[in-house]
Design a protein around this ligand. Structure first.
Ligand SMILES: [Fe+2]
Ligand SMILES: [Fe+2]
Length: 252
């Protein structure tokens, strides 16, 4: 699994893990992220059960696993949180696990003994360390009914979960973890957003919310990462996209 550093200043660091060549073909490709501040690390959308072995191997090349103090699970999907019981087996017993209050009892189907810290609809601010506070921002209905992003105001990075996701064709593998040609990239994310994102009012509210933030990097859970001008290009593209395409099947 590839590991790319997105930001580093002193002991504050963001890393992305993904594009795992070991991944079975039938499993959707995912990006996992780690934020570190000193000896404390949080994993954002730690991944599915199938990617756990390569994710753990890649992570322990960077830090001892005991430094993982928290897991953030943006929503209920198995590609995001089905690895939960495996992480709990290798991490400290007092690890913090964050998830929307809406999904607590559903995520317990992954791990009935896990103890969650639930995130209220309005979001939550948490201290990863004495010097770093992270903001869990609401992103409901995009696509999940209880869904959160993570914003780091110091690194100016927004982890956007499935928003900004792209499905890169297997026969055209990317040579980078970053978007390098936005117009070509539209072809990889258009179908996903049209179908998976159901609600124009939710989309509009989310864009209004994140447009107030300083964002250098927008990091989704699938596909490539947007940086610099491509962040604004993505927001402008998403703002006018026709979404909720599955509704047409009920209107025949
Ligand atoms: Fe999802
Ligand atoms: Fe996803």
């Amino acid at each position: 699994m590839k590991c790319v550093t997105l930001f580093r200043r002193d002991d504050h660091c963001w890393q992305a893990f993904g594009q795992d060549p070991e991944k079975p073909d039938r499993i959707i490709d995912t990006n996992q992220y780690m934020i570190r501040s000193g000896d404390s690390a949080i994993l954002l959308d730690p991944g599915g059960i199938e990617v756990f072995p390569s994710m753990l191997a890649a992570l322990t090349r960077e830090i001892p696993v005991e430094h993982v103090k928290a897991l953030f699970i943006s929503h209920q999907d198995p590609d995001i949180g089905s690895s939960l019981p495996l992480w709990r087996r290798v991490c400290q017993p007092d690890i913090d696990i964050y998830i929307s209050w809406l999904w607590e009892s559903f995520a317990s189907h992954f791990d009935r003994d896990a103890v969650f810290t639930t995130i209220p609809d309005e979001g939550l601010e948490v201290a990863l360390s004495p010097s770093l506070r992270l903001r869990f921002l609401p992103a409901h209905y995009l696509h999940s009914s209880g869904n959160f992003n993570v914003y780091d105001p110091q690194a100016r990075i927004l982890f956007s979960g499935d928003i900004g996701a792209a499905l890169i064709p297997r026969d055209r593998p990317a040579d980078s973890l970053f978007v390098t040609d936005f117009n070509r990239h539209i072809g990889y994310m258009e179908g996903f957003h049209r179908r998976w994102m159901p609600s124009p009012p939710a989309r509009d509210a989310w864009i209004a919310q994140v447009s107030k933030l300083d964002i250098d990097i927008l990091a989704p859970q699938h596909g490539l990462i947007f940086k610099g001008d491509d962040v604004k290009r993505f927001l402008d593209w998403f703002a006018t996209l026709e979404i909720g395409s599955g509704i047409a099947a009920m209107n025949r």
